[in-house]
Ligand binder design. Structure first.
Ligand code: PMT
Length: 221
């Protein structure tokens, strides 16, 4: 990638997990470290883009110069992402959004006076699907984290969410797990085009994803 080839563009990146409260001291979440999304945000910034990073809680420091919006729940992420969506050119949705949240977060710490307990869950909004519905000129890049039937699930998500590119990872493969510094992905495009990439650093992959987004944008204009 040439220097500053994203200058004049706005890139919205989501990263990390969401956390969904059970009570004031407990929550549901997942194993996303945020490394993938922060790598994309850092790469876009280096290449001259304006970068908005919407992130769930992680141990990482946001790259200096991004517009950082810290969120906790999927619903907070939904609001932050939708608010910025109309004004951005590219969206890269690497966050691992919780599909379900506890139906009610207890107001006080739940006491352990039952041998078994059940937490009722309800579905969170699908942020990426909503972006797909509202897409005007944005290049929309999603991820798919799968443990089986990678290609089949990826093709379904690409179509259902009206994406321009889907980055599919089998998170059971060594080198592609949550929290790893590397990833092994297939790039999936409309028309059932699938490109297997070798194992690479998340930083290298971040640049590759931005190269693809830039190409897609050039061919859509
Ligand atoms: O953070 P790391 O430790 O570096 O790990 C990287 C990663 C494994 C988290 C990343 O590579 C990845 O795969 N991110 C997507 C994880 C995920 O939630 O995948 P999914 O297949 O459940 O969701 C598909 C897509 O829809 C994702 O782009 C997701 O952001 C989006 N989604 C999902 C559910 C929902 N309610 N709203 C969404 O926007």
């Amino acid at each position: 990638a040439s220097d500053q080839d994203l200058s004049g563009m706005s890139v919205l990146v989501t990263a990390g997990p969401t956390v969904e409260p059970i009570d004031p001291v407990r929550y549901l979440t997942n194993r996303s470290s945020g490394k993938m999304g922060y790598a994309v945000a850092g790469a876009a910034l280096r290449r001259g883009a304006r970068v908005i990073l919407v992130s769930g809680p992680t141990a990482l420091k946001p790259p200096h110069g991004v517009e950082f919006i810290g969120v906790e729940t999927a619903r907070e992420m939904f609001d932050a992402v939708l608010a910025h969506y109309p004004h951005v050119d590219v969206v890269v949705k690497s966050a691992a959004v919780a599909d379900y949240r506890p139906k009610e977060a207890a107001q006080h710490k739940i006491k352990k006076n039952q041998d078994q307990m059940t937490i009722e869950l309800e579905k969170n909004p699908d942020i990426l699907a909503e972006l797909g519905r509202r897409k005007t000129r944005q290049i929309l890049v999603g991820f798919a984290a799968e443990t089986k039937e990678l290609e089949k699930n990826a093709l379904r998500k690409l179509e259902m969410k009206n994406l321009d590119l889907l980055v599919a990872n089998d998170v059971t493969r060594p080198g592609a797990e949550f929290g790893a510094d590397t990833n092994i992905v297939k790039l999936v495009y409309p028309g059932q085009i699938i490109v297997q990439l070798p194992k690479m650093d998340k930083k290298t992959l971040a640049d590759r994803i931005l190269d693809e987004a830039l190409n897609l944008r050039a061919s859509s204009q």
